[in-house]
Design a protein around this ligand. Structure first.
Ligand code: SAH
Length: 233
């Protein structure tokens, strides 16, 4: 078979993200708009010329490597969380991270381009783990790529959102978290609202922890409500 040799790519940049582990990251971008993520270009790609004109676009495609799960390999059938974790679909009919080539593709908001010292892109609402290697950036071209008439298969429409409340302890912890960003509360609410629990778990007594920045946000879920219990450093 011609042209089917393995190919090698060099990452052009790295992601700096409040998401320090996989658990809690939204399953697609834009579900958590408060997530502020930085893409830092690395040498020799960190030249301001390489992003000239990009600031005129509101959204960009980010191609990246699912580096944390890449070693796990793949199977032809996967169980998407949106189907409750039971039904299977083909890996190529899913956005599963376990793919023959562990490549991710996210459409994210471009909030800023900083070329004052190297190149940094400020991204809104990304679904990316801290340390993710980035392979490419492309501007999003709405007149070609926005297809409101498209069929969304088993993911037609946003997932149901949980209501999020705060315990007294969590409110006090939040007030004391002075080194957290100003929109930390918003980030917590949006992350918990999209119900990070594995599809098959429904135990109202179970306490979960999501790592955001240097904090462990502890919560539980009963019915359609999540409660923030405490925020530990
Ligand atoms: N929008 C992308 C990603 C969808 S899967 C695409 O469609 O290709 C989204 C999940 O990817 C998140 O819930 C998170 O758990 C996982 N993820 C994000 N960055 C990752 C990384 N560097 N390595 C492994 N998994 C990652």
């Amino acid at each position: 078979m011609p042209h089917m040799q393995p190919v090698t790519f060099t990452p052009i940049g790295v992601i700096h993200s409040p998401y320090k582990e996989k658990f809690g990251i939204p399953r697609q971008p834009s579900l958590v708009p408060a997530a502020r993520i930085t893409l830092e270009l690395v040498p020799p790609f960190d030249h301001p010329d390489a992003v000239r004109g990009l600031e005129a676009f509101s959204h960009v495609w980010i191609s990246f490597v699912f580096h944390q799960t890449a070693a796990r390999g793949w199977t032809p059938l996967v169980r998407p969380p949106r189907l409750g974790g039971n039904a299977k679909v083909g890996v190529f009919a899913s956005r599963s991270t376990h793919r023959p080539n562990p490549l991710g593709l996210s459409l994210v908001e471009l909030l800023g381009v900083d070329t004052s010292n190297g190149v940094r892109l400020l991204l809104g609402g990304a679904d990316l783990l801290d340390g993710t290697p980035v392979l490419d950036i492309k501007p999003y071209i709405p007149f070609v790529e926005a297809r409101p008439e498209a069929q969304g298969g088993f993911v037609d429409g946003p997932p149901p959102a949980l209501a999020v409340s705060w315990s007294e302890q969590a409110s006090a912890d939040l007030a004391a978290a002075t080194d957290a960003p100003a929109d930390f509360a918003e980030l917590i609410v949006q992350v918990l609202a999209q119900d990070p629990r594995p599809a098959y778990q429904d135990d109202p007594e179970r306490i979960y922890g999501v790592r955001l920045y240097c904090y462990d946000v502890r919560f539980k879920v009963a019915g359609q409500s999540a409660q923030v219990l405490e925020i530990c450093r």
